[in-house]
Design a protein around this ligand. Structure first.
Ligand SMILES: *Cc1c(COP(=O)(O)O)cnc(C)c1O
Length: 232
């Protein structure tokens, strides 16, 4: 099987979930935390209906998606009992669709989007929780508020727009040690009194847990390699 067309196997997805859950629990214990302290967000972007079914079959309930439209295709018809988290960048003109589907939007990174989300929530009568995405590496091309502007955005989102900001999220630069980035995000959460810290992916979720992650976002370690052409 080629990397661009990974073989589908419900059995291997089931094994991957078991192994990943075990690694999370063990890392929590090693870090002096409770084994169920950390929530596994299964990143289901680009996955087939069969792969989604395999994840549901092993009792997975929390899913992360990068794109609003794809998330509708994946979940709108089988949404009951799930927690859906938007982990990709959000354009303001998609705010209404996002608010209608997701429970949590992890990628608030600018005041304009805070306003659009508040307006969308008022219009739909649906309230979603929000994380502020921090660009911990200050990478020009990357989404997220700059670290030095994070406190102000959190305050504005809460006080001016009434959003339920419950935490922070980051995606460290690909070619760097993620630990300083995780520590920076943990500091931002602590000094703003935020309980939720979404950090850590397939390659570094154990390090993230040791740094205080409450949610890890894992895709390829659960589902196998993604088709690169479709990766969000
Ligand atoms: C795709 C993605 C993930 C999952 O990445 P893996 O390396 O496949 O685990 C996590 N977070 C975000 C924001 C993503 O876009």
């Amino acid at each position: 099987m080629t990397a661009t067309n990974p073989a589908f196997s419900a059995a291997s997805i089931s094994e991957n979930f078991a192994r990943t859950r075990e690694q999370i629990a063990r890392t929590c214990i090693e870090a002096g935390r409770q084994p169920d302290d950390v929530i596994l967000t299964a990143v289901s972007k680009t996955q087939s209906p069969e792969a989604l079914s395999a994840a549901l079959a092993v009792g997975q309930k929390v899913f992360g998606e990068n794109r609003v439209q794809e998330a509708y295709q994946h979940w709108a018809h089988q949404r009951e009992g799930l927690e859906l988290r938007l982990i990709g960048p959000l354009q303001t003109n998609k705010s209404e669709d996002a608010v209608k589907l997701f429970d949590v939007i992890e990628t608030l990174d600018r005041e304009k989007l805070a306003k659009a989300l508040a307006d969308a929530m008022a219009k739909s009568g649906r309230s979603v929780r929000v994380l502020v995405q921090v660009n911990t590496g200050a990478e020009p091309q990357k989404a997220g508020v700059m670290p030095q502007d994070a406190d102000a955005l959190i305050e504005t989102a809460r006080m001016k727009y009434g959003l339920a900001v419950e935490g922070v999220m980051c995606i460290p630069p690909v070619d760097e040690d993620p630990v300083p980035h995780f520590q920076l995000l943990k500091n931002i959460a602590d000094r703003n009194g935020l309980a939720v810290i979404s950090m850590g992916m397939s390659g570094d979720f154990e390090a993230a847990i040791r740094c205080g992650a409450t949610h890890v976002r894992v895709g390829s370690a659960l589902f196998g390699a993604r088709n690169p052409a479709k990766t969000g």
